[in-house]
Design a protein around this ligand. Structure first.
Ligand code: ADP
Length: 168
């Protein structure tokens, strides 16, 4: 049986930390699907389609595009995982404080769908404090995000922030 995993998240936008987890994930699973959650309650800066495009273009930049599929979903994660026939949910753990939230989610997902395993991976140390919200904040104030995201995402962030600032 093909061992397929879903790597779900908001990815608003995708960072080099997320891509580090993708690289590790494809070493373990035969198929990896990126599941971009619509997540309206987080009020994402980028639309679902923009987040998908940024993930795909970032995968291309890193030579990973042929190894991963990018999909979007707007349902319960376990339902999406079931539809995809995934055996695992992949999540990244950066620092200990991530554990609280991630353990809660994993145990709820296990109650809803006991057949699925949540697998946690640790990124490289340099990404341990990196998050999409930090990247958005730096970009908003005109800082350099080139060491945190791909060139495509850097460009999209500049365009988006310029549009927001132009509108106020
Ligand atoms: P969510 O809204 O589901 O938390 P995120 O896009 O913030 O979505 O994160 C998706 C997953 O990637 C989560 O498991 C998160 O812990 C993980 N992640 C986020 N940033 C990093 C990083 N720098 N290194 C490793 N994993 C990360």
């Amino acid at each position: 049986m093909i061992k397929k995993a879903i790597y779900p998240g908001t990815f608003d936008p995708v960072t080099l930390g997320h891509l580090d987890i993708v690289k590790r994930g494809i070493e373990i699973f035969q198929e990896l699907i990126i599941g971009i959650a619509e997540n309206p309650k987080k009020k994402p800066l980028f639309s679902l389609e923009e987040r998908k495009e940024m993930f795909e273009e970032s995968l291309k930049e890193m030579g990973l595009y042929s190894k991963v599929k990018v999909k979007t979903f707007n349902s319960l994660l376990v339902e999406f995982a079931k539809e995809e026939g995934a055996v695992a949910i992949l999540r990244g753990i950066r620092i200990i404080s991530d554990m609280d939230h991630e353990f809660t989610m994993a145990s709820i997902n296990r109650k809803l769908y006991p057949e699925i395993e949540t697998v946690f991976l640790m990124p490289s140390d340099e990404y341990a404090y990196l998050s999409s919200s930090v990247v958005r904040e730096i970009a908003f104030y005109g800082g350099d995000v080139s060491q945190f995201v791909t060139e495509f995402v850097e460009r999209k962030l500049k365009e988006k922030i310029a549009r927001i600032k132009g509108a106020v």
